[in-house]
Write a protein that binds this ligand. Sequence first.
Ligand code: ADP
Ligand code: MG
Length: 369
Amino acid sequence: MTVTRLSLDARRAPAATEAERRTRELETLHALSRAIAELLGERDVVERALQTVVDMGWFACGEAFLHGPAGLEPVAVGLCPYERVEACPLRSELQIDVEAVLREGHPRHDGTWHLVPIGGRALLALSGARDVSPSFLANVTELVAGALKRTQLHDRLAEKEAQRSRLLQALLTAQEEERGRISRDLHDQIGQALTALLLGLDRNLEHPDPASLARLKELASITLGDVRRIALDLRPSVLDELGLEAAVRRYARDVHERYGLDVAVLVTLPTRLPRQEETVLYRAVQEALTNVVRHAKATSVSVVATKGGSSVRLVIEDDGVGFDPDALAPAEMIGLLGMRERLELLGGSLRIESAPGAGCTVHARLPVR
Ligand SMILES: Nc1ncnc2c1ncn2[C@@H]1O[C@H](COP(=O)(O)OP(=O)(O)O)[C@@H](O)[C@H]1O
Ligand SMILES: [Mg+2]
């Protein structure tokens, strides 16, 4: 990290009376809280804290440290005439292990130095104290610790926001890809079958042939099955007409017929759920079962949906190869993250329980309005 050299004004005279000292303490805390109230970077916060306590006449000089990748690192020093921080005669007196002070979490006084750890993240090393009371230092620490916590929350929120937008992008791409796949299915599979059917019927109109007609009938029946499957993948009408249980059973039967996987379904919901909730739960089942088919090498899987209190719990458990969810980067789990995103949009949550060799259980929870 580069070290900022602050231009400090430490010429202010020490307070003459107790009342004056108290007033200046309050002024300092006020100035400090105003100065750091809207700062968004940890570094800015500790720099301003150092600047304020020196400028208000409490210390002659100082350094601010922040926790970085290589431990506690100096990020700002007072107006220092020395090219290298280490060359400052004050600094050479600072023999204490600042890391240890940060770990212990209590301020320490050593020679001309006050070492003030802040919230496990930062440390102010202040030199040349002028009539500083421990309670005042504690107040300063509390203010700065609060501001640091706020910057961390802000960073986490910003990171979460960025992650959301990456996920949204990935979901949109996945949606476009799915549309492309459906369009190809319709064109290649259904289109070709209907063309063959038309040609065959034409031939039969000229020279009727019962054997050929029987083949054409079979082709029509297979094509009808394909159309049903595509429609089922898109949005089964049974979900709207009969609800989640019927739609999940239908999907489970389809998975069993297509892939030979045993799917046990237990849905005990007293009433129909609102359309959005049914859709989100159905998509979760669809994604989880698709994952079982694609990745799990399982022999059986169960889908259980129950109502408990004011929410629905959905558990999909398979006996397959399992995986380590923590080992996946967000880009490798678009399906699972999309499932989580849709559930969270309606106030729900998702938990994946899996380990290599131990199957996988997907727990979804959704509050019901
Ligand atoms: N039931 C499961 N059994 C084993 N591995 C799974 C299971 N579900 C998900 N996975 C693993 O998690 C990864 C992420 O799943 P997902 O986000 O749905 O993405 P995708 O299915 O497109 O690969 C999968 O690639 C797979 O490695
Ligand atoms: Mg998937």
